[in-house]
Design a protein around this ligand. Structure first.
Ligand code: NCD
Length: 347
């Protein structure tokens, strides 16, 4: 079993379940089947299981040691990766491109694909994918619509790596986040995490909730303004697999409880038709020096970045501020994903 999703099997239905607080061991729930064959994609967090996650993290750890000029730094020589981005990005695009470069592959890059590629002329996503796959061995896709990575994967004959599909998912970020928690806290079982900010539109928290739910005795606290509460699909999923979660208004109370404080940006771009909701949500939960006083000594503050005002710069010098280390881990996790995804295809 490998970590990549064969998109063709239909996904099973989510089992609706009342919220139960019953933490405990469980196998991954609702995972589509895994098939090791050439058509492999990273589309959503539910496709992973503990075994595939450990394999990705093991390779990511190896990637931390890859040095220029070594055979490992050429393992993807001859391979081409295309980054097809219809939404802005700094970390995701650059870390994927750096990852490919550090393993000897090359990159075809489109920034602002929506404005500057044939999408602007009315081309469908499927046609763009069928064209780009003629030039590249894998496609890293960021799109503004939820579900577009799955749609692209259906059309593609090369791996599609979902780099964020609107308010849907951002599975490679979730892998980075979990890898970072392991590196910072030293374990993935028995952790408490506060997910803070825009939990309705933030795709990183959605993907992260799925991945964390695979570990034992994980407790989640959702802290968000009313207009951007965590959506029911995630709550039902978590309850269904027995993850203990709770919605809490008081960030201070959560700060003193958790091992990981995961802050997120209010996603302004998703509020175009309701600016009043954005105004109501922004600035409500801020991590500042005073909040850091309440945090446990051995905890970590994370953020997928970019931040706006939700973590004050005064926090950056605190050793528990892990968000730039988290961004750096993006390089190693994406190197691992590209290696696992492409190495067999190059043989
Ligand atoms: C996030 C994203 O694009 O979803 N950033 C990232 O990929 N590191 C978070 C955000 O934009 O707020």
């Amino acid at each position: 079993m490998g970590p990549f999703l064969d998109i063709r099997p239909a996904q099973g239905p989510l089992a609706p379940a009342p919220c139960r607080v019953k933490p405990g061991p469980r196998e991954n729930f609702n995972a589509p089947s895994w098939i090791d064959e050439p058509l492999k994609h990273v589309v959503e967090s539910q496709q992973f299981n503990k075994e595939s996650l450990s394999e990705i993290f093991r390779v990511a750890r190896e990637m931390e040691g890859v040095r220029p000029g070594t055979p490992e730094s050429k393992c993807l020589e001859g391979a081409v990766m295309s980054t097809l981005f219809y939404e802005p990005s700094t970390r995701t695009r650059l870390s994927f491109e750096a990852a490919m470069g550090r393993l000897g592959g090359t990159v075809l890059s489109t920034e602002s694909a929506g404005e500057f590629s044939s999408a602007a002329k009315g081309e469908t996503l499927e046609d763009t994918i069928r064209t780009v796959e003629g030039y590249a061995d894998c496609i890293v896709l960021r799109h503004f619509l939820a579900g577009s990575a799955r749609k692209a994967a259906r059309a593609a004959s090369v791996p599609i790596l979902n780099a964020g599909d609107g308010p849907g998912q951002h599975p490679t970020q979730a892998l980075i986040d979990v890898y970072t928690i392991q590196r910072e806290i030293g374990r993935l079982d028995d952790i408490s995490i506060g997910l803070v900010g825009d939990l309705a539109n933030g795709r990183t928290v959605r993907s992260l909730a799925y991945v964390l739910s695979m570990y034992k005795n994980v407790r989640m606290f959702f802290v968000s303004p009313d207009v951007v509460r965590m959506k029911d699909d995630i709550k039902e999923y978590l309850s269904g697999v027995g993850v203990c979660w709770e919605e809490v208004d008081d960030l201070k109370a959560v700060a003193s409880e958790v091992d990981v404080l995961y802050q997120t940006r209010i996603q302004k771009e998703r509020f175009q038709d309701r600016p009043e909701d954005y105004e109501a949500a922004k600035g409500k939960y801020i991590v500042d020096a005073a909040l850091m006083q309440l945090l446990k000594k051995d905890s970590v503050v994370m953020h997928p970045l970019p931040r706006v005002d939700e973590i004050k710069p005064e926090v950056d010098s605190d050793p528990r501020a892990g968000y730039f280390r988290q961004a750096k881990n993006g390089l190693f996790v994406r190197m691992a994903l590209l290696k696992l995804c492409l190495q067999d295809r190059l043989r």
